[in-house]
Each structure stands twice: as structure tokens, then as C-alpha cells.
Design a protein around this ligand. Structure first.
Ligand code: PRP
Ligand code: URA
Length: 208
């Protein structure tokens, strides 16, 4: 089964309170999603492999350690876009792919409308990012695409999830570790996470 990591930190809790609040405006919501994404990057990359490199400082030669593999960030559109800048600010060499999916409002099944992934994806560490893990359908479909392109080292990075989505993702892709900042109670009858933070895409982009 997938390793599930819930990332705890007082700063993250503080910012989660801001994005959960229905009275938070879109600018503040976007800023806090981005800031949380930067903070979680330290935890999700903690076990990346490094390689020894010889560096000459102004004083002497020494051995340092650089990332052994490239990192690719893949947001699930739209809401995943809100996490990209925060992660990219900490891993500026990462390449970025895009997977466009939206949930059919009746069936809650993901519909694909765009896929563009970088060529190095098969040898890279892939960070699939989407703030919400609800039914898990979008994450499972996105990982199907990424695996079909040959990627083997994939981590799912979300903000708020629920037991239903964690179970579905873990069963479909047990080799993919799941990082979240909170596991909420459940899904409601419309497929929204309770208590959640509402429709993340709409709140990021002001579409409702
Ligand atoms: C939201 C969210 C996830 C998906 C999660 O996207 O950003 O991609 O729902 O739900 P699931 O786990 O049940 O698949 P949505 O389909 O609303 O599209 P949007 O980001 O374009 O608003
Ligand atoms: N997508 C969202 O944006 N929010 C939810 O609660 C569930 C899916």
C-alpha cells in the first residue's frame, strides 16, 4: 500500500485555517496555497537521492551533494496550478508537465482535456500536485498517464484529502506515496470533502 504522510507544522496549520475560511478572498487564498506548497516541499523531498560532487570553494576543494535525479512537477489543472510556483521556488531546476482533468458534475468521473509531459519523465522524480484528493479519480487517472509515459518514481502531493480518496489512490497505485497536510472526515453527497475548503479551482481563480 502507499505510504501516507500527513505533514504537520504550526505554520501549515495556521495557513490551512486561512484557506479553509469561506471569507478569505482569492488573492489571500492563492498566496497561502502557494506558501503551504513551499513549506511541504521540504518534507516531500526529504529522501531524494544525492550524488557526491567535488566543488572548489574560495578556500579549498570539498565534496558536496547534488540531486541525483531531475524533478518534474505535474499539476492537475486547474487547481494544481496553485501549488506549482511554491514548489518551483524551492526546486527551480524542475521541469513542469500539465494534465488537464475536470470532474463530471453528475458522475464525478474525471474527463481529460490536456496532457503535456516533459521528455525526461521516465528517469525523473515526479511530483503530481493537486490540492484536493476527493474520490481519488483525478489522481488515479493522472498517474495512469504518467506511468504510461514510463515514469516509475511518482509522489502525489496534495493539501486536503479524505479516507475515500486515499483508499482509492492507494489501491490503484500502491507504489505512489501520498503527501497531504490534512486527512478530513469524509466526502459529502456532491463529492466535496467535509469540512474541506470548497471548490479549490474556483477559489483560486475566482470563477464563482
Ligand atoms: C478538483 C480538484 C481535483 C479533483 C479532485 O478539480 O482540483 O482535481 O477535483 O476530485 P477527485 O479526487 O474526486 O477526482 P475539478 O474537477 O473541480 O476541476 P478544476 O480544478 O478545473 O476546478
Ligand atoms: N474538488 C474540490 O475542489 N473540492 C472538493 O472538496 C472536492 C473536489
Amino acid at each position: 500500500m502507499s505510504k501516507v504522510v500527513i505533514i504537520n507544522h504550526p505554520l501549515i496549520e495556521h495557513k490551512l485555517a486561512i484557506i479553509r475560511n469561506k471569507n478569505t478572498d482569492a488573492k489571500t487564498f492563492r498566496e497561502n496555497v502557494s506558501e503551504i506548497s513551499s513549506l511541504v516541499t521540504y518534507e516531500i523531498t526529504r529522501d531524494l537521492t544525492t550524488k557526491a560532487v567535488e566543488i572548489e570553494t574560495p578556500i579549498a576543494k570539498t565534496i558536496c551533494y547534488s540531486l541525483a535525479k531531475e524533478v518534474v512537477i505535474v499539476p492537475i489543472l486547474r487547481a494544481g496550478l496553485g501549488m506549482v510556483d511554491g514548489i518551483h521556488s524551492v526546486i527551480p531546476t524542475a521541469k513542469i508537465g500539465h494534465i488537464g482533468l475536470y470532474r463530471d458534475e453528475e458522475t464525478l468521473l474525471p474527463k481529460e482535456y490536456y496532457v503535456k509531459l516533459p521528455d525526461n519523465i521516465m528517469s525523473a522524480t515526479v511530483l503530481l500536485v493537486d490540492p484536493m484528493l476527493a474520490t481519488g479519480g483525478s489522481a488515479v487517472a493522472a498517474i495512469n498517464h504518467i506511468k504510461a509515459r514510463g515514469a516509475k518514481d511518482i509522489r502525489f502531493v496534495g493539501l486536503v484529502g479524505c479516507p475515500e480518496g486515499i483508499r482509492a489512490l492507494s489501491e490503484a497505485h500502491p507504489d505512489v506515496d501520498i503527501f497531504l497536510i490534512k486527512e478530513d472526515e469524509r466526502l459529502n453527497e456532491k463529492g466535496y470533502i467535509v469540512p474541506g475548503l470548497g471548490d479549490c479551482g474556483d477559489r483560486l481563480f475566482g470563477t464563482k
